[in-house]
Design a binder for this molecule. Structure first.
Ligand SMILES: NC(=O)c1ccc[n+]([C@@H]2O[C@H](COP(=O)([O-])OP(=O)(O)OC[C@H]3O[C@@H](n4cnc5c(N)ncnc54)[C@H](O)[C@@H]3O)[C@@H](O)[C@H]2O)c1
Ligand SMILES: O=C(O)C(=O)C[C@]1(C(=O)O)C=C[C@@H](O)C=C1
Length: 281
C-alpha cells in the first residue's frame, strides 16, 4: 500500500507483532488498541479470524471517522457481514472483501510484495454503498496488483466452499489419515511422501484458528460441497472396484483439462511467487 496512501497505521494485541510490524516497515505507526489505530482513518481494514470480526467491529465503531470506509479480508462473507454491519455507524461505507491470495503462514512476516499480483480480490458490497467508496477501494487494490470483482456474499461463500474451503478440509483429512496409518502400522509413510502429498501437508499446515472459523461460519455451503464430493468419490470407488478403466480415464482427462485451463489463463502465479516451481504437467 506504500506510495498509494498517506499513512499506514496498524494495531496488534501482542508487543512482538507490533515491534515486527514497525521493524519490517509494514506500518508507519502501531497501537496496542484498535480504537487508537482507527481514529481519523479514511480506510479501515479488518484482518482478524472470521470469528473475531464482530467483537473488533464493536470495539472500533465509536472511534471511526464519519464517512470512512471499512473493509475486511475474511475468507467468509455472509457471517462477517452479519457480525460486523450491525455495529457500524450510519454514514460509514462497509465494503466486505476477500483477497484470493495467501499461504499456510501467518503473522506480519508472512506477507510479500507480490502477494496480490494478478490475484482476485472479491468485494461483496451492499446496494446502499456509495459507488465512489467502491471505486476508491478498488483503485487501491488494483494498485497492489489485484484483479477486483464484485459479487453477492451468498455467491462468494458458495464459490469459496468449492475452490478453497472444502479442498482445505480434504487436505487436513488426508494428512490425518496418513498420520493414523503411520501410527497404527508403525511405519514411515510420511517420510516417503512425494510432491503430491507434500502439497496436501502444506495446505494442512494452515492456521488452525483461521480455518476453524471458516468451517464454523460457512457451514451450509461446505456441507453441500462435501456431500457432492462424497457422491463423486463413491462413483470413483465403484469404478476402481469394477475395474472400469474407461470411467477413470475419462474422469482424469476432464480434470486435467481444468488444470491446464487454469494455467493457460495465467492464474497459477502463487507457487512461483513463493519461490516454488509451478509444475506444468
Ligand atoms: N492466510 C490466508 O491465506 C488468508 C487469505 C485470505 C484471507 N484470509 C483471512 O484474513 C484474515 C486474517 O488472516 P491472516 O492469515 O492474516 O492471519 P494472521 O494470523 O496473520 O493475522 C490475524 C491477526 O488477528 C489477531 N487476532 C486473532 N484473534 C483475535 C481476536 N479475537 N481479537 C483481535 N485480534 C485477533 C492475531 O493476533 C493476528 O495478529 C482471516 O479472516 C482469514 O480468513 C487469510
Ligand atoms: O495457498 C494457500 O495457502 C491458500 O490456501 C490460500 C487461500 C486459498 O484457498 O486459495 C486460502 C484461504 C483464503 O481465504 C484465500 C486464499
Amino acid at each position: 500500500m506504500k506510495g498509494h496512501v498517506g499513512q499506514i497505521v496498524g494495531h496488534a494485541k501482542s508487543q512482538e507483532t507490533r515491534d515486527t510490524a514497525l521493524e519490517i516497515g509494514l506500518c508507519d505507526q502501531v497501537f496496542a488498541t484498535a480504537a487508537e489505530a482507527v481514529a481519523g482513518a479514511d480506510l479501515v481494514v479488518l484482518a482478524v479470524p472470521v470469528g473475531a470480526m464482530g467483537a473488533l467491529a464493536a470495539e472500533i465503531a465509536p472511534h471511526l471517522k464519519p464517512g470512512c470506509t471499512v473493509t475486511d479480508v475474511g475468507s467468509v462473507k455472509q457471517a462477517v457481514i452479519a457480525a460486523v454491519a450491525p455495529h457500524l455507524p450510519e454514514g460509514v461505507a462497509f465494503i466486505p472483501g476477500h483477497p484470493m491470495a495467501g499461504t499456510e503462514y501467518s503473522g506480519p512476516r508472512s506477507g510479500f510484495a507480490t502477494l496480490f499480483v494478478n490475484r482476485w480480490w472479491l468485494l461483496t458490497p451492499g446496494e446502499d454503498v456509495a459507488p465512489k467508496a467502491i471505486e476508491t477501494l478498488t483503485a487501491l487494490l488494483v494498485a497492489m496488483g489485484a484483479k477486483v470483482n464484485t459479487m453477492t456474499p451468498e455467491h462468494h461463500d458458495q464459490v469459496l466452499a468449492v475452490v478453497s474451503h472444502t479442498p482445505h478440509l480434504i487436505a487436513y483429512t488426508m494428512v490425518g489419515v496418513a498420520d493414523h496409518v503411520a501410527q497404527v502400522s508403525n511405519s514411515e509413510v510420511i517420510e516417503y511422501s512425494a510432491s503430491g502429498f507434500r502439497d496436501f501437508t502444506r495446505i494442512a499446515a494452515s492456521d488452525p484458528t483461521m480455518w476453524r472459523d471458516v468451517f464454523l461460519t460457512n457451514k451450509d455451503a461446505v456441507l453441500d460441497i462435501l456431500g457432492r464430493f462424497a457422491e463423486e468419490l463413491f462413483v470413483l470407488q465403484r469404478a476402481i472396484r469394477m475395474g472400469d478403466g474407461d470411467h477413470l480415464f475419462d474422469y482424469f482427462t476432464r480434470t486435467r483439462a481444468i488444470r491446464r485451463g487454469i494455467i493457460e489463463a495465467g492464474q497459477d502465479t502463487a507457487a512461483a511467487d513463493f519461490g516454488r516451481v509451478a509444475v506444468k504437467t
